[in-house]
Design a protein around this ligand. Structure first.
Ligand SMILES: Nc1ncnc2c1ncn2[C@@H]1O[C@H](COP(=O)(O)OP(=O)(O)OP(=O)(O)O)[C@@H](O)[C@H]1O
Length: 688
């Protein structure tokens, strides 16, 4: 592969050195000796090729291939000498007697006699040892490359019968790949250089000179030329296939011919084999092994132009005349490769000896002459190219380059190969790039794009619907959770209100109880004060009584007993009062215990209230958070919140217990004092 590309580049540079503005060549060689006998015929191949450095196309030309600037390309000519075959060996024919080739000088010398010869230069000279691969790479590969680049190209083999035209072009090489001819190798390269989206179509045809033979005598020569018919080698029953030319583009097509889309190389080999077999059958019918027709393999390539292949981006002028870029429209290149295996160019006397009818040989030669005339006209830069003189030249019309007025050359086209070689080498074809918009593919691309966009819109709509449903669902959930939170808050608030009312009631009860205890305390105080006064009175009374008793001891014991009874009664009263005082004390202590219990309960209640307050605040905070999520229905909550706050703000009134405590201890001291006094009094009274 590396060597092949290196070879290609060396070929390119060589071409550029030879022909600065274009590259194409024709090769032709027939061999004759002075006595007029054709001894060792060689072949001819003619091909056209674009220049490696193509000029940029004008923007407007992209819309119509006929507007392309054509490129100059010279016809290149190569000659190949075949090895001697068994027949040659049998007749002891030796090429060296009449021809000497100098491949390194690209020169061939035709020996006129022992001492004089004529030298001819070719674009390439192949010796008998040249391989099929080398012949392909030098002669045909550049043409195939240019065809793949979008230009039409032709490879023709010209020579007498048996010179190896078919061997060079059409050899299948099924058993030995190294023997593959130009057709197979070209297709190999085309297939490997195209992708699945490109299309390769082939037609295989031959120009048949035999069918109208009976009419040859009846018509003039010119009319006879028109009788040359085109037969389809892939469908031999199709004869007289018309040639159609598009007036605008000059594109030549054969609407009636079978066109096969090539899938792979094996498929192509099958097609070629079928074609070759049909050609052989046609020849056998004419009782000859040699080809009496031009075989034409027409390969049409439709290839999408990739971005990197575009020499300039597609440009259009806007309203202000500025160039704007639009890379959206796909461009395809339509190109055509013609590989033509020309009929044997033998002379009449020779052909007659080989079984050809004189008329048929004439006819074949006239067809070749017609081809020669066209090349001649191209070489002479003639305004008129006589392509209509034969079907072959009509078929080749769009492969002559399409610009008939741009050829160079001076001489005519004699029937012998010398002049043809010279003229062919002077022919400069103006090649046109067959590039056009692929509107079908653009349409398909746009349809695909529309489909894609529609699918994307559907997808987006579905996505939006899903998002909307999801949002509605989450909003619903939010509302539900808000309602739930609101309800639970209201319930909680109601519960707290009730609890508050209950606690208020309990608080009121406790306060009442405290007030009652206070009253009782006050009552106890007044009772103690009263008892103290009464005790004082009793004390005074007993003192007086004692004094009286003491005074009356003298007066009587009876009186003393009375006093004793009274004293006893007083003592009992005192005892009773003391008992009452004790029970009051016990009651007071109970009250104190109750008070402490109530205070504890009160504290517990406060604690509960604080906890509930905290919970309520947490609920409020949750409510505020939920309200932020769902801003509606906030007022209701605020009202409830303020109401709870108001209720909660009422201060608790606690009794002043310290004061009572002091009073009670004072009372205790007083009672103890009274008891002390009472005991002293009793001891005093009971003492003798
Ligand atoms: N380069 C070559 N090496 C080996 N054999 C060759 C070569 N060229 C031609 N031959 C042999 O010469 C014989 C004639 O070749 P071929 O049939 O290709 O000639 P042709 O010019 O096509 O003849 P025709 O015009 O009658 O069809 C064949 O047997 C072929 O194998």
């Amino acid at each position: 592969m590396a060597s092949s590309s290196a070879q290609r580049s060396s070929q390119r540079s060589e071409r550029q050195n030879h022909i600065p503005h274009g590259r194409s060549a024709a090769s032709s060689l027939s061999r004759s000796v002075d006595n007029g006998q054709q001894l060792l015929p060689n072949n001819l191949s003619v091909r056209s090729k674009l220049h490696a450095s193509r000029p940029s196309l004008p923007p407007s030309s992209r819309t119509n291939c006929s507007n392309h600037d054509p490129e100059p390309a010279r016809v290149r000519v190569a000659v190949r000498l075949r090895p001697r075959n068994a027949e040659d060996l049998l007749s002891d024919a030796d090429f060296a007697d009449c021809v000497e080739i100098q491949p390194e000088l690209k020169r061939l010398n035709l020996k006129k006699n022992n001492w004089s010869s004529e030298a001819y230069r070719f674009d390439e000279v192949f010796s008998e040892s040249a391989s099929q691969r080398r012949v392909y790479e030098v002669v045909a590969k550049p043409v195939v490359e240019s065809v793949l680049s979008g230009y039409n190209g032709t490879v023709m083999a010209y020579g007498q019968t048996g010179t190896g035209k078919t061997y060079t072009l059409g050899r299948l090489g099924k058993d030995d790949a190294s023997e593959r001819g130009i057709m197979v190798r070209a297709m190999e390269d085309i297939i490997s250089s195209t992708s699945g989206s490109d299309s390769i179509e082939i037609s295989y045809l031959q120009t048949d000179f035999s069918r109208e033979r009976s009419r040859i005598d009846k018509y003039s020569l010119a009319t006879q030329l028109y009788l040359e018919s085109i037969q389809d080698l892939l469908s031999p029953e199709k004869i007289n296939i018309p040639i159609s030319e598009e007036p605008k583009t000059g594109k030549v097509t054969l609407p009636g011919a079978v066109v096969v889309k090539v899938q792979d190389l094996d498929h192509f080999l099958q097609i070629l084999q079928t074609g070759e077999a049909n050609r052989h059958v046609a020849n056998t019918k004419l009782n000859t092994e040699s080809s009496r027709s031009h075989a034409i393999l027409m390969v049409s390539i439709r290839r999408a132009v990739h971005e990197e292949e575009k020499e300039i981006p597609f440009q259009e002028k806007d309203s202000k005349g500025n160039l704007s870029y639009d890379g959206g429209i796909p461009i395809v290149r339509n190109s055509k490769l013609l590989i033509v295996d020309l009929a044997g160019s033998e002379r009449l006397d020779k052909s007659g000896s080989e079984g050809h009818s004189v008329e048929e040989a004439k006819f074949i030669n006239l067809s070749l002459t017609s081809l020669g005339k066209c090349i001649n006209a191209l070489a002479e830069n003639s305004p008129h190219i006589p392509v209509r003189d034969s079907k072959l030249t009509r078929l080749l019309r769009d492969s002559f380059g399409g610009y008939y007025d741009a050829s160079l050359g001076k001489k005519g086209w004699p029937l012998n190969f010398k002049g043809r070689r010279k003229e062919a080498m002077k022919v400069v074809n103006m090649l046109k790039l067959k590039e056009e918009f692929d509107y079908e593919s653009l349409c398909r691309k746009l349809e695909n794009h529309v489909d894609h966009l529609s699918a994307e819109i559907d997808r987006q709509l579905k996505l939006r619907d899903r998002e909307r449903i999801e949002m509605e669902r989450s909003l619903r959930e939010c509302h539900e959770s808000f309602d739930k939170a609101e309800k639970s808050l209201v319930a909680r608030s109601e519960f707290l209100q009730k609890e508050n009312a209950h606690l208020e009631i309990e608080l009121e009860g406790t306060l009442n109880e405290l007030n009652r205890l206070k009253d009782e305390n006050n009552f106890m105080h007044s009772e103690v004060a009263r008892l103290e006064i009464s005790l004082k009175h009793v004390t005074v009374y007993y003192t007086c009584s004692f004094l009286l008793y003491y005074s009356s001891t003298i007066h009587g014991r009876k009186e003393s007993d009375k006093i004793m009874v009274k004293l006893q009664e007083s003592y009992e009263v005192h005892q009773k009062t003391a008992n009452e005082l004790d029970s009051l004390k016990a009651e007071y202590n109970e009250l104190l215990t109750d008070k402490a219990t109530l205070a504890e309960e009160l504290n517990a209640m406060r604690l509960t209230l604080q906890i509930q307050e905290k919970q309520r605040k947490a609920v409020e905070a949750e409510l505020v958070r939920l309200k932020k999520l769902v801003p509606e229905n906030g007022d209701d909550y605020e009202d409830k919140k303020s109401h709870v706050k108001e209720n909660r703000a009422k201060p608790l009134v606690l009794p002043k217990l310290n004061q009572s405590r002091e009073t009670i201890s004072g009372q205790r001291a007083t009672i103890a004092k009274i008891c002390e006094e009472g005991k002293k009094l009793v001891l005093l009274l009971s003492s003798p």
